[in-house]
Design a protein around this ligand. Structure first.
Ligand code: AMP
Length: 214
């Protein structure tokens, strides 16, 4: 299944996308995570993206598209994917349409995770992230061992862009650039809104229930 998870930063995309991916049997593809991994590995793409990420700005489309195309070309993505953090603007949505058309594939569904701003700021200010695998932890979903990722034991960190000033800016960028995509996918009959406030399993069940029958 080919899915997109849309929503503001802190809506729970990162927390839920890999769970949803496991449920539908497709890889979780998060452009933010790919970019952070590229930066940690000190690649050229990572260097080109770094300052935009720290400022909460969108990384230029051509950089994100380069890293996304490489990821979607991997064998595990040939049958489907759960996209998280992409597309972020109209040009990226059109580029994705073109990539899919080239390989004769179609999107199955787009889920918009809805969460009020006050909840977003609180979540982002208190979350910890695994830089290696991208898993996200919070006071309501803490790791088993404090400060360590459940999956790989990596030390958890606060993301450089999870600070109040950058959070506000990321929200503005979301409203201006990304939110219009809700109408873009609504017009094509692909979008469902899901309430992102609630327990982890509860929200996941809502997302799964919103999917078209395979
Ligand atoms: P995220 O982990 O999705 O919150 O992304 C973190 C940062 O990576 C964003 O604030 C952007 O700077 C950059 N980024 C991730 N995905 C994209 C994208 N599709 N387009 C542009 N920039 C992106």
């Amino acid at each position: 299944m080919r899915l997109i998870l849309l929503g503001p930063p802190g809506a729970g995309k990162g927390t839920q996308a890999f769970r949803l991916a496991a449920r539908v049997g497709a890889p979780h593809v998060a452009t933010g995570e790919l970019l952070r991994a590229a930066r940690a590995a000190e690649t050229e793409i990572g260097a080109r993206a770094s300052e935009y990420m720290d400022a909460g700005e969108l990384v230029p489309d051509e950089v994100v598209l380069e890293i996304l195309k490489l990821r979607l070309a991997e064998p595990d993505a040939s049958d489907g994917f759960v996209l998280d953090g992409f597309p972020r603007n109209a040009a990226q949505a059109k580029a994705l349409d073109e990539i899919l058309e080239e390989i004769g594939q179609k999107l199955d569904a787009v889920i918009a995770l809805d969460v009020p701003d006050a909840v977003i700021v609180e979540r982002l200010s208190s979350r910890l992230t695994c830089i290696k695998c991208g898993r996200v932890y919070s006071p309501s979903a803490p790791p088993k061992e404090p400060g360590r990722c459940n999956a790989d034991g990596t030390e958890l960190v606060r993301r450089r862009d999870d600070n109040p000033a950058v959070i506000q800016h990321r929200l503005q960028v979301y409203r201006k650039e990304t939110e219009p995509l809700i109408a873009y996918y609504e017009d094509r009959g692909l979008l469902t809104h899901v309430n992102g406030v609630g327990g982890l399993e509860e929200v996941l069940d809502r997302m799964v229930a919103s999917l078209p029958v395979a």
